[in-house]
Ligand binder design. Structure first.
Ligand code: 15L
Length: 343
């Protein structure tokens, strides 16, 4: 397939673009920033809220599908959220109709139903219950996809992504984690599903403690392989864990009646503990997903480089179900760390 990926330079884009390319697809990137060098089919630097620029990008090469990942992954004002998620989706859908592109795969979010109490598995037929303007905008973007499926016959799959991370970091991720490999499986399934019309699926791994029903995704061909449970013994208890487990949107669901803590206090990171490394652990360095100064805001290209240094049990031991000898330790640094920096 020939595929245009918006938000191709973002964290999900950087996982998806090389994988789709390796699978034999022709991939063109579209982002606010220059290519990080993965797309073989070219790259467009454009703002997806600019409908003319999007039209030009879609017109520039033959396409079979668009994977729409672009958008601010954090809460913002309602106008900004609508621009970031609804106007961008509308611009792409309009351009797809104009140029005969038949399929959209969209990075929607669990926050579309974020104020749903955690407990019973949440299905794709659950009523919209957004926890933020971000979630409202995702629901509205999904409604646009339904409209374009009905009005123009576009196949449009909304993937309500949980927490896309290299590894689970907090206890909420035991339910919400989407591993990079499963994310690739999810996008490939959404691209390949025969005539889905408008469809939604939950973009999480095969987590033992999942809050969302994977059956609709499986019906579309999404068969996740990873399970956050392998990290369960490593994840420290934090004061906000109870709140984050009360509604599926976790820290985003933190304001108003029913919320036990404010968004700010629920999402503020705990102070990072410094500790001498335990020899039984190995250390991994992962890019911070959220800015430490503004935890609701996702790191973007160009932000000061901040990495988290995580000490974890050897994965093999964890997978064998052994208890960790020491709790994991997180160290935040204000400079980029490379694996080679580690002792
Ligand atoms: C999302 O939809 C956000 O884009 C991301 O920043 C995380 O907050 C994620 O959900 C989550 O719920 O963990």
């Amino acid at each position: 397939m020939q595929i245009l990926v918006s938000g191709a330079a973002g964290s999900i884009g950087q996982a998806i673009v090389p994988a789709l390319t390796a699978a034999g697809h022709g991939v063109t990137g579209l982002d606010l920033v220059e290519t990080p060098g993965h797309a073989d089919g070219g790259w467009h630097v454009a703002d997806c809220t600019d409908a003319d620029a999007v039209l030009d990008a879609v017109a520039a090469q033959p396409l079979d599908a668009v994977v729409h990942l672009a958008g601010n992954p954090a809460e913002a004002s309602l106008p900004d959220s609508l621009a970031s998620h609804v106007l961008t989706t509308a611009a792409l859908l309009d351009a797809m109709v104009t140029h005969g592109v038949g399929r959209l795969v969209y990075a929607s979010s669990n926050h579309a139903v974020g104020r749903t109490p955690a407990g019973e598995l949440v299905g794709t037929d659950a009523a919209p219950r957004p926890d933020t303007y971000y979630g409202v905008s995702k629901i509205a973007a999904e409604a646009l996809m339904q409209l374009f499926a009905d009005r123009h016959g576009i196949d449009a799959v909304a993937c309500r992504i949980g927490s896309f991370l290299p590894e689970p970091v907090h206890r909420r991720h035991l339910a919400t984690w989407l591993s990079p490999d499963d994310c690739v499986r999810m996008v490939e399934a959404a691209l390949a599903a025969p005539a889905p019309g408008f469809a939604t699926l939950y973009g999480i791994s095969a987590n033992t403690r999942a809050w969302w029903d994977l059956a609709p995704g499986r019906a579309l061909g999404y068969h996740p392989q990873d399970d956050a449970e392998a990290w369960a013994a490593l994840l420290p208890q934090r004061p906000e864990d109870d709140f984050e487990a009360s509604m599926v949107g976790g820290p985003f669901a933190g304001e108003g009646p029913g919320a036990r803590r404010s968004t700010e206090s629920a999402s503020r990171p705990e102070p990072f503990a410094q500790s001498a490394p335990a020899p039984a652990h190995h250390r991994v360095v992962v890019p911070a997903q959220h800015r430490l100064d503004r935890p609701q805001q996702r790191c973007r290209p160009g932000d000061p480089e901040i990495h988290l240094l995580l000490e974890v049990e050897p994965r093999a031991a964890v997978r064998r179900g052994q208890q960790p000898a020491h709790p994991p330790v997180e160290v935040a640094t204000d400079r980029g760390l490379q694996a080679a920096d580690l002792p």
